[in-house]
Write a protein that binds this ligand. Structure first.
Ligand SMILES: [Zn+2]
Length: 318
């Protein structure tokens, strides 16, 4: 069974799945201290609208890798799932590029792993909603001591529970290979490892180097042209499909229905500058899949493989 915020689900019921979207992204410490800066009703409405847009294209499940420091809130996810009828899969883990609270800084990999294991086996945030996968991140600072520690904790929790791993990566800093290496050193099977944001690169040697280790890759930031423009993302996806990797990749948007990283005018600035374009949970259906079909690289079988079989196989650890 696959754990969702609505409870355990038969894997055959996942249906078309987006592997990487956020129904809300915010800093829980800021939100806790300055709650008046956030509008809960507006956040919920935005999340429901974003998920409904995907549902309109047949999406039945959203995998939401919002972890600690992204404001993970499984009760909020549950409300979105109830209002949309779309299944949401939650995670456990820590989303940081280096900083750790003293709480985790002064605890070992194994002690940190215990927290993740509790989320997977007992439930998250005092609910009986269980995490289905593990999340960690490496970005511009690279695999610092803290980041390596979190990767090893995540790996150990995966070994104990069987839960798969999604690792945020930054191809521009060449983080992917070392992330994979750490997981493999810990004994994790590559079939359980997903290197997210690999599609921020169009360096096919870098991407194939990761694929050769047997891991999954996320071409999962369609709409975020600031990391790689849309046309380059498409050209890369097309070439990977031509080279026969449809059974190892995911397409998604890393869309955040709301995100508190920037003041509203700065967000508008990114949109005006063309650095964020068409970013939604529907963009791949509106612009990517039709284009891939025109190239003769997409049909119903490939769609079933990429949007249904791959998410199921990764979540099941096949
Ligand atoms: Zn994300």
């Amino acid at each position: 069974m696959i754990e969702t915020v609505q409870g355990p689900l038969d894997p055959g019921e996942l249906g078309p799945t987006l592997i990487h979207e956020h129904v809300r992204f915010r800093d829980e410490a800021v939100a806790e201290n300055w709650p008046g800066r956030y509008d809960g009703d507006a956040e919920l409405a935005a999340a429901v609208a974003a998920v409904d847009a995907a549902k309109g294209h047949g999406v039945r499940t959203i995998v939401d890798p919002t972890a600690m420091f992204g404001g993970r809130d499984v009760r909020f996810m549950q409300r979105v799932a109830e209002q949309t009828g779309v299944q949401i899969v939650a995670c456990t883990g820590i989303y940081t590029y280096d900083f750790l609270p003293h709480y985790f800084e002064n605890r070992s990999e194994d002690l940190i792993a215990e927290h993740f294991i509790d989320d997977i086996e007992q439930g998250v945030q005092g609910t009986d909603i269980k995490a289905a996968f593990l999340k960690c991140a490496a970005d511009a600072p690279g695999l610092t001591e803290n980041i390596e520690k979190i990767h090893r904790a995540v790996a150990r929790a995966s070994l104990r529970t069987g839960a798969p791993i999604m690792a945020h990566s930054r191809p521009a800093s060449n983080t992917g290979p070392r992330q994979v290496e750490i997981f493999l050193e810990e004994g994790v099977d590559p079939s359980k490892i997903q290197i997210a944001h690999t599609g921020d690169s169009d360096d096919l040697d870098y991407i194939e180097g990761l694929l050769e280790t047997g891991v999954w890759i996320g071409l999962d930031r369609y709409g975020l042209d600031l990391y790689l423009p849309f046309d380059k993302r498409n050209a890369t996806t097309a070439e990977l499909l031509r080279r026969g990797y449809a059974d190892r990749l995911f397409l998604s948007q890393d869309h955040c229905a709301t995100i508190d990283w920037f003041p509203q005018e700065a967000v508008q600035g990114l949109i005006d500058a063309g650095l964020v374009r068409g970013w939604s949970m529907a963009l791949i259906f509106e612009e990517v899949l039709p284009w891939l079909r025109e190239q003769g690289l997409w049909d119903d079988d490939v769609q079933r493989q990429v949007l249904e079989d791959n998410p199921r196989r990764w979540l099941e650890g096949e």
